[in-house]
Write a protein that binds this ligand. Structure first.
Ligand code: NAD
Length: 250
């Protein structure tokens, strides 16, 4: 029960890594608001996790949606202790051909969504004299990959915002860290090539496999818990060794 008594919001929590994080948080004693656009999956997960979980329809790119979400969570469970800014979208496209609308979507969800999340919970966290904000970046926030310029731009921005916000919010006891998953087997990655893409991704990293959502969730538990009380402004790769190598790979 490493998160006993804590109130958490997990954006993009209806499926994939967010769902694994929400389940791990509940298993460790937290109350978790699963905040996502995906109503069917989110409601089903909240039912499965029981009374410590609730689903809230939420669009991370919409400031009003954040106001409603934080107010609802506070009314139900009190101030927010933990925010996981996990919602994200991925689109591949060349610098020359990616439609501007796709670039804008990535910025709206991945970057603006993360910023709005931090902005929206800070006041709530101060009521409990602190909290933990965990921003999901990517290994695309640590290096660069062709046809990923727009996505990488948002994920590098998350890494930078994390450090700046950690400096600003640290005096209020609010810790801010970024997590950088490697290739994880979720709908986001499967839609781009299925098993073949998974096998390719596995072949490139030290551990010779792609990650599963349950590989990343325990690290979020650590960052959400008081065990990481002196950890802020830091970045953590959970990537099977993807960033341990150089371009020639293993
Ligand atoms: P996923 O597609 O399984 O889940 C993403 C969730 O975000 C979905 O439930 C979706 O409905 C939700 N979402 C999308 N737009 C939203 C919005 N505007 N408001 C609220 N919710 C929204 O993907 P995943 O792999 O679980 O990704 C989780 C995070 O991890 C993302 O930030 C992603 O960029 C990042 N990431 C993924 C990988 C990977 O290989 N899967 C690697 C590195 C980083």
């Amino acid at each position: 029960m490493r998160l006993q008594g804590k109130t958490a919001i997990v954006t993009g929590g209806a499926q994939g890594q967010g769902a694994a994080i929400a389940a791990a948080f509940v298993a460790e004693g937290a109350r978790v608001a699963i905040a996502d656009l995906a109503d069917t999956e989110g409601e089903a997960l909240a039912r499965e996790l029981g009374e410590s979980a609730r689903f809230e329809h939420h669009d991370v790119s919409d400031p009003d949606s954040w106001v409603r979400l934080v107010a609802t969570v506070e009314d139900a469970w009190g101030p927010v202790d933990v925010l996981v800014n996990n919602a994200g979208v991925l689109r591949f496209g060349s610098v020359e051909k990616m439609p501007l609308a796709e670039f804008d979507l990535l910025v709206a969800v991945n970057l603006r969504g993360c910023f709005l999340g931090m902005q929206s919970v800070a006041r709530s966290m101060r009521k409990n004299a602190g909290g933990s904000i965990i921003n999901t970046s990517s290994i695309e926030g640590l290096g660069g990959m062709a046809f990923c310029t727009a996505y990488a731009g948002t994920k590098w921005a998350i890494r930078g915002m994390t450090k700046a916000a950690a400096m600003e919010l640290g005096p209020s006891g609010i810790r801010v860290n970024s997590v950088h998953p490697g290739m994880i087997d979720t709908a986001m990655t499967r839609v781009h090539g299925g098993d073949e893409a998974m096998a390719y991704g596995a072949s490139k990293v030290a551990l010779k496999r792609v990650g599963q959502p349950d590989d990343v969730a325990p690290f979020y538990v650590y960052l959400a818990s008081d065990e990481s009380s002196f950890v802020t402004g830091a970045e953590f790769a959970i990537d099977g060794g993807a960033t341990a190598t150089h371009a020639f790979g293993g």
